[in-house]
Design a protein around this ligand. Structure first.
Ligand SMILES: C[S@@+](CC[C@H](N)C(=O)[O-])C[C@H]1O[C@@H](n2cnc3c(N)ncnc32)[C@H](O)[C@@H]1O
Length: 267
């Protein structure tokens, strides 16, 4: 044990009555490395069991370890849907609801040359819930669905930092800022959408995004809708309404512990 470790241990003993603790960089990095090893083990087992065709990526475990709010099984399904959609034809990749950009960085670090990444967010947090959004799981303990308006707001610079960290080229990145709603569907969509991850938690922006994406998808395109039957009734109701108008999709719904999301594959 080095003198630095001994000094830290001594100081921590003194600080214990104050419920304080000194954590140095080496301890933090050890925590990161441990998380990454766990994510790598989970990835290898899950891939072998469920998705043996998923291409290998050397930095994937590091990205999986840094997700926040996205469970590892859901991330594996995202990656599977992403690669299946890329293999089935042309098109770019879209994320609607990016927050701090952790899932954006995961998707970005898997993209081959020639595929752009399109990211949509208000960067003002959740928009105002509608009557289609009934509270199912009060994850933040706010007591009502209305109280979720404005929650989860993170600045655009965080997304840019996450993409820079994985070396994704800025010239293939399109960040489109704006509140999505009936009167303001997503602007500047790519001509062809291979894969989209919708993670806005609410009915109206989910439905508006699904409708806007539909004319740009093709057979084999994959849409993943998060928070299906979780937090709010909105995303599930939006998918029901969308499929009633566009039944040309196969739907697969994840059940816990795999997660709360659904995968729509266009036929
Ligand atoms: C759950 S977070 C996204 C998390 C991210 N996909 C991840 O897993 O790291 C939801 C995001 O949706 C955005 N959002 C919610 N309602 C929106 C709306 N009507 N228009 C645009 N963005 C919205 C919020 O600003 C927030 O960043």
């Amino acid at each position: 044990m080095t003198r630095r470790h001994l000094a830290r241990r001594g100081l921590n003993r003194l600080l214990r009555p104050l419920h304080l603790r000194i954590v140095t960089d080496d301890l933090l990095h050890e925590g990161d490395r441990r998380l990454e090893r766990l994510a790598a083990s989970f990835h290898d087992v899950y891939r072998a069991e469920h998705f043996p065709d998923l291409p290998e990526r050397p930095t994937r475990a590091a990205r999986l370890a840094r997700l926040d709010g996205t469970q590892l099984p859901e991330a594996m399904h995202l990656l599977h849907g992403l690669h299946a959609s890329l293999a089935s034809g042309p098109g770019d990749v879209v994320e609607i609801g990016v927050c701090q950009g952790y899932t954006s960085a995961l998707l970005a670090s898997e993209l081959p040359d020639g595929r752009d990444l399109w990211l949509y967010d208000s960067f003002e947090g959740l928009s105002t819930p509608t009557e289609e959004d009934e509270l199912l799981d009060d994850t933040l303990g706010l007591g009502s669905m209305a109280a979720y308006a404005g929650r989860m707001a993170v600045g655009e610079e965080s997304v840019r930092a996450q993409l820079a960290a994985v070396g994704f080229p800025p010239e293939r990145t399109h960040i489109v800022r704006g509140v999505l709603g009936v009167a303001s569907p997503p602007r500047e969509l790519p001509d062809v959408v291979a894969f989209a991850y919708l993670d806005v938690d609410l009915y109206e922006p989910t439905l508006v995004a699904l409708e806007a994406l539909h004319p740009r998808t093709r057979p084999g395109s994959v849409l993943v809708v998060d928070d299906y039957g979780f937090l709010s009734t909105g995303p599930e109701r939006a998918v029901e309404r969308f499929l009633a108008a566009h039944p040309d999709h196969d739907r697969w719904v994840a059940e816990p512990p795999t997660g709360h999301f659904c995968v729509l594959t266009r036929r």
